[in-house]
Design a protein around this ligand. Structure first.
Ligand code: BGC
Length: 431
């Protein structure tokens, strides 16, 4: 079907995010952060993480569990002080769908079985203890360093009987059922918090942790006196990390594709920012646009993966021959050069908007900590979209440059690979 050029023009317009819009997002983000911190109704939950930054002098061997993506991981590492740690030894377990969307009890039994399996391979002397940190990458209302209630599942998890319950208690019960009830989990950690803490262990300027992968979220270091809803002691000068749960931010300009995606999602009305930014949804947005423009035959929802966008955008040949090969390989016949160019343009529009929204939200977080950007800040980032999506990180940098001009140099964005696991181990040591 021939593509209507004016149609593409309209689509293009609906994905643009000029600086004026970015500034509005920053302002609204600040408003939602304040409300969340004061326990008022807000799309940002602003969850106190019951932990502050490490000193870098923590030592010892720790185990971390990591749940939140396609695999479940167990790892062990040794903290050596002076910001040094041994490379983690880890084991990955494929997390089958029957666990992520089945009975919650089965999911936790599976996790316990993996922990048992991992521990049996380690040389842990009799009487020797290992603290365990559990990275659980979902919105959890923490009630302590080692307790927290799952508010709601996100991404593609929907295991029954877990929402509204204490996930550490559920894990503890499963460990008992597996015959390893003596193993105690001493810290519950969001992946963003793990990422911040892992980087802060070696870099004291790090005060923001960010994930842009299957899901997206950020955390930052806040003065305890500013966390109005914090019920505990509030010593001036004391700080605590706050899990923003920014994926749920909803004061964003939505176009008709966003609305369609939301209507057909598992969680309509929720995780609005996540649906515009994260790897779980970018492919689906592109698919909806392609379908609207009569450009391709991916008729089943979520059949166009975010990785395809990466492949299409990575093709820099003048005749887009890899794009051609890709569509042919999918059994969709041969597309003309004009069509291939348009497909690439659509992918770029979706990626660019995602990166600019991420930059806007990040700018809001950094200016919440330091409005005039008077000091240096390291932002630790992990996640497949930031790491692997061609152009994503440079689009983000570009947007930050537009926002902060020359002061952008005070921000250092670093890829913090596998921070969530390492961070959970460090937090276990703090607990
Ligand atoms: C979850 C967050 C998590 C993020 C990145 C989101 O869907 O709500 O808790 O940090 O994904 O994994």
């Amino acid at each position: 079907m021939p593509v209507k050029k004016n149609q593409l023009g309209k689509v293009e317009k609906s994905f643009l995010l000029p600086l004026t819009e970015i500034k509005k997002i920053i302002k609204n983000f600040h408003g939602e952060m304040e409300k969340g911190l004061a326990n008022k109704k807000s799309s940002l939950r602003m969850i106190p993480a019951y932990v502050a930054k490490p000193t870098g002098e923590e030592r010892g061997k720790y185990i971390a569990l990591d749940l939140g993506g396609t695999n479940f991981r167990v790892l062990e590492l040794e903290l050596k002080g002076k910001g040094r740690m041994s490379p983690p030894e880890e084991k990955k377990f494929i997390l089958e769908k029957k666990y992520t969307i089945g009975e919650g009890r089965d999911l936790f039994d599976f996790i316990a079985k993996c922990v048992k399996d991992f521990i049996s391979t380690r040389k842990i002397a009799q009487g020797e203890k290992r603290e365990i940190g559990f990275t659980f990458s979902f919105p959890v209302k923490q009630t302590g360093i080692a307790s927290g209630i799952l508010v709601n599942w996100t991404k593609d998890f929907s295991a029954r009987g877990v929402e509204g319950r204490d996930v550490i208690k559920m894990l503890g019960d499963a460990l008992k059922r597996s015959g390893i009830g003596h193993i105690k989990v001493s810290a519950l950690v969001n992946d963003t918090v793990g990422t911040l803490v892992a980087r802060a262990y070696q870099d004291s300027n790090c005060d923001v942790g960010l994930i842009i992968g299957t899901g997206t979220n950020a955390c930052y270091e806040e003065s305890i006196t500013k966390i109005k809803k914090w019920q505990g002691a509030k010593k001036t000068g004391e700080k605590m990390i706050v899990n923003i749960e920014w994926g749920n931010f909803n004061r964003l300009p939505l176009n008709r594709f966003d609305k369609l995606l939301d209507d057909n999602s598992l969680n309509p009305g929720r995780q609005t920012l996540e649906k515009m930014v994260s790897g779980m949804y970018l492919g689906e947005i592109v698919r909806l646009v392609l379908r609207d423009c009569g450009l391709c035959g991916f008729s089943i929802a979520h059949s166009f993966k975010s990785e395809y966008i990466s492949r299409i955008e990575a093709d820099n040949s003048s005749d887009l021959r890899d794009v051609k090969a890709f569509f042919r390989g999918c059994g969709l016949g041969s597309l003309g050069l004009d069509e291939r160019k348009m497909i690439k343009t659509i992918c770029r529009l979706v990626t660019l908007r995602a990166a600019r929204i991420s930059a806007a939200a990040l700018a809001a977080v950094v200016t919440k900590i330091d409005p005039a950007l008077s000091k240096k800040h390291t932002v630790a980032i992990d996640g497949s979209v930031y790491e692997k999506h061609p152009g994503f990180s440079s689009h983000m940098h570009q947007a930050l440059k537009e926002i902060f001009k020359s002061k952008v140099n005070r921000l250092k964005l670093v890829l913090a690979k596998d921070g969530s696991g390492k961070g959970a181990a460090i937090i276990a040591s703090l607990a």
